[in-house]
Each structure stands twice: as C-alpha cells, then as structure tokens.
Design a protein around this ligand. Structure first.
Ligand code: BGP
Length: 473
C-alpha cells in the first residue's frame, strides 16, 4: 500500500460513492392503484414495523426531492450513486409492460440531474420491489412466468435509459426475500419450504443470465456499459478447525453464497450443491437449455454487500425428521465471545470480512472485477449526538467506514480486483426490517421537521476523503 506519512493513498480510479434503493427512499407520492410492491404489502399488513408512524409511505420523499439530494451528493463529492428502479411503479400493467409515464419521466429526470452534476448513476432493476400482485397471482419469483415479465420490464428500462446509464445490476441481494419468506418464515405466506426457496434462487440466477443475454442483444455491451448483480455473500467463519465445524461452514457457504456466486460468475452450480439438493429432494425445476443460458451469460462484474461476519458450527440439536428439510440441518450460528457489536442492529463489527472476501474473489472467482455495493452502520436515536451546530457527530460511523475501507485497500495492494466502495447509505432511509429505527445515512433526514436534510459529520469526513484520496490509519 502506498503510504504518505500516516495516510494511505486511495487509487485514483477507486470509486467512492453511496447507495440507497427506490422503495427505501421514494415514498408513495404519485404511486397509483395496484402499484404495490411485495414490501408495500408487508408494511400494510405489519404495522409493528413502522417507526413512530413513519415508514415507506413518506420515506424520504426522494420522488419529489431528488434535486435537493443530488445537490447534496455533489457537495459531498460522490462520484457514484446507486439506486434502483421500482418495478412495481415503473409499469401500470405488468403483463404487457405498459410504462407509467409519470414514474418513467421521474427516472429520466433523476438520471439527467445526476449526470449533469457529475454523479454516475448505478441502477439496479430490483431491490426487493417485486410487484405484490405477481406474488399473489403467481407466487412471485417461484414462477417462470414472473421471470418472463421481469424481462419485459427490463427491456423497457433498457430502451429508455440504456443510452445514459453505464452501470446496471439485475438484483440487489437476490437471496434475501425468499430466505425471509421460505426459510425463516417471517413474511407472508409464512411457510417454511426449502424447495420453494431453491426455486426462487434458481429463477433469479436464470433471470440474471437472461438479462445479461438481453443486454448483449440490445448491444448495450458495445456502449461501454456493464451489467452485473449485487450479492450479499455471508463471509463465514467456522467455530473451530474440527472437521465437523469446517464441514458446517462449507455447506453453509454452498447454500448461502455459492448458490449465487457460482452461476453468476462461473456460469454453473457447484457439483456439491447438486448433490445436496439431490440428497434432500430440493432440486429446482430446470431445463438443459436454461443451464446453457446460465453458462453463456455470466456477469461483467459484481457488487458485494458486506456488513458483518457469519460464524457457524456444526448443528448440535437432534433433527426432527418430521420437520421439512432446512439447511440448518447442518449448521447453527454461534456468537463469538467478546465480539465487537453494533448493538442497534445486533451485527458484529469485523472489518476483516472485506479483506477475506476480497482474497476469495481473487483466488476462487478468477479475480473478476467487483466492488463493495453496500457496507454501513445503522444507529438508533442519532439526534442525541447533535452538537451545538445541530450536526450529528457520528464519529462511530467514521471509524466504521475507515476501518472497512482500510481492509479493502490492503486487499487491493495484495492484488484484489476491487474497484470501489459504496456506502450504505447516502441518506437515512426506510429499512424493510424496521423502518426508520436505525439510521445509516451520511445525510440526516429529520422526519419531525419536514424531512429536512442535513449533512452529518461523516458526510464532511467522506467529502474530505474523496477530495484528498488519503485514508488515515
Ligand atoms: C441490506 C439491504 C439494504 C439495507 C441494508 C441495511 O441488506 O440491501 O436495502 O436495508 O441491508 O439493513 P437493515 O435495513 O436491515 O438494517
């Protein structure tokens, strides 16, 4: 690593940006009858997840206030901004892909304003925004018809914005919704069903390959644009070097990481995963022609969302054979004694995940280009850290970001092909889990005061980092 005094030089082409998603910021302003996403349904039916009455209805009102937000992004100096297009709002008719001109114009304007201000847009086609009606009618991503509708939607998006957007992603964390729905059974329809979970995983991996194919057919690859997927690999550490704990971690990795990393980057599923699916009778429906599409259409790059480590050991409980198969047949989580915690989110803070994942990308995934698409720290009641100038003094966030970027730069120095860091989040926003309880933003959204925006101390720190490209150590 290049050091200047007690600072590390950040490579000039290393992206320093920030992310949000459509649903988590836009609010329901302008949303039409029938345009609910799956998450809207969940929020409408689960009042307990609203935070003091604030939730996705108002969100940060980004839909109306994006110009103000882009001005702040420019002030901070963000080179890249990632958000999504809300599938459920982009169309008025999902079967025939009829575009909602109001929403599509808003996206047009947003992209233009970003570009005019020197902020490169990174656009994700789905960040948990599957239309609710497709879930109710067809079972969501379990259905290949929904996959076809996703392609119709994507085609319209490419036609409309393909001339300007250079960074595209199919999904954000494609494993998450079905994990909550079919493994954890904490979301509608509250059914533990590992087969359905696998089918969703497969259909989304196939959808990514089909979108990559479409991208090439539309010749977007010849415009300098790239297409990828944003995954959330769970950087996994076994409790011990004992064979049973190592095996638990290996299987955990197959089910939760390689299930998307391998088809997206290598174009095929690991043999060990086929064997496990076979053994437990959870193999998804597929055709050889589909597997060929996956093989021929791998992504250009990947975004990785890394927040915390996952620590596993071999399952200690005796499995009740009457319970349907669940991957935890093989593993259980454990908490490392004395770990450094973010108590607000219940997540361990362990910046080495960055370095360890980077080395894995280098050694196991052909050193494909990638970047951190999300990493950040959610904290409750941040207003208590306001100083006399009314600015939130979020030094804990500065330390968090610095420590994580440091590990990335260390990996880059060791040959990792990591191209940047996108902080979660540009601003405070609505979490699918608990609305506005935990705040992640560089920018405070003051809900009680007309959702006014104000930079936090971390925003000034990030601004200085972007300008100096020197990281304190
Ligand atoms: C990621 C999601 C984001 C965001 C973030 C913070 O997994 O991609 O959308 O929500 O996590 O997590 P949470 O909101 O659950 O605290």
């Amino acid at each position: 690593m290049k050091k200047i005094m007690d600072k590390i030089k950040i490579p000039e082409d290393f992206i320093l940006g920030a992310a949000v998603s459509a649903w988590q910021t836009e609010g329901w302003s302008g949303k039409k009858e029938g345009q609910d996403s799956f998450l809207d349904l969940w929020y409408k039916n689960a009042q307990h997840v609203w935070h003091n009455g604030y939730g996705p209805a108002g969100a940060t009102d980004f839909y109306n206030r994006y110009q103000e937000d882009v001005a702040l992004m420019k002030e901070i100096g963000l080179t890249h901004f990632r958000t999504s297009i809300n599938w459920s709002r982009f169309l008025t008719d999902y079967e025939n892909a009829e575009v909602d001109e109001d929403y599509a114009n808003y996206i047009d304007n947003l992209i233009n304003v970003l570009l005019e201000n020197g902020v490169e847009p990174m656009i994700c086609l789905e960040h948990y925004e599957v239309p609710a009606v497709l879930f109710e009618q067809y079972g969501g991503w379990g259905s290949k018809h929904v996959l076809e509708l996703f392609l119709k939607y994507t085609e319209k998006v490419f036609e409309r914005y393909g001339d300007r957007v250079k960074h595209w992603f199919t999904f954000n964390e494609p494993i998450v919704i079905q994990t909550r729905v079919y493994l954890d059974a904490i979301r509608y329809p509250y059914e533990q069903n590992t087969s359905k979970w696998m089918q969703w995983n497969y259909n989304k991996a196939l959808a990514t390959a089909r979108v990559v194919k479409l991208f090439k057919e539309k010749k977007l690859d010849q415009t300098g644009a790239k297409i990828g997927v944003i995954l959330n690999p769970e950087v996994t550490y076994a409790r011990s070097s004992a064979p049973h704990d190592q095996e638990a971690a290996r299987i955990y990795d197959l089910f939760f990481n390689r299930v998307f990393l391998d088809p997206s980057i290598k174009g095929e599923y690991p043999q060990e995963l086929w064997q496990l699916m076979d053994k437990h009778n959870i193999t998804f429906d597929y055709t050889d022609a589909e597997l060929e599409i996956i093989k021929a259409n791998t992504v250009d790059y990947v975004g990785l969302n890394l927040y915390f480590p996952h620590r596993v050991q071999a399952q200690t409980a005796t499995w009740n054979d009457e319970v349907p198969f669940h991957p935890s047949y093989y593993y259980e989580k454990f908490e490392l004694p004395g770990r450094n915690m973010n108590p607000h989110r219940g997540w361990e803070i362990y910046p080495e995940i960055m370095y360890d994942m980077a080395m894995r990308m280098k050694n196991e995934y052909g050193n494909i280009e990638w970047f951190i698409a999300e990493n950040g720290m959610g904290v409750e009641n941040e207003h208590r850290f306001k100083d006399e100038t009314n600015i939130i003094q979020d030094d804990y966030r500065i330390t968090f970001i610095r420590d994580h970027i440091y590990q990335l730069l260390r990996a880059v120095a060791d040959g990792a092909n990591c191209r940047g860091y996108m902080l979660w989040a540009y601003s405070d926003n609505v979490s699918p889990m608990n609305a506005f309880k935990n705040r992640y933003g560089l920018v405070e959204i003051n809900l009680a005061d007309n959702r006014n925006r104000k930079l936090k101390k971390s925003a000034y720190w990030y601004r200085d980092l972007i300008h100096s490209r020197l990281l304190d150590i």
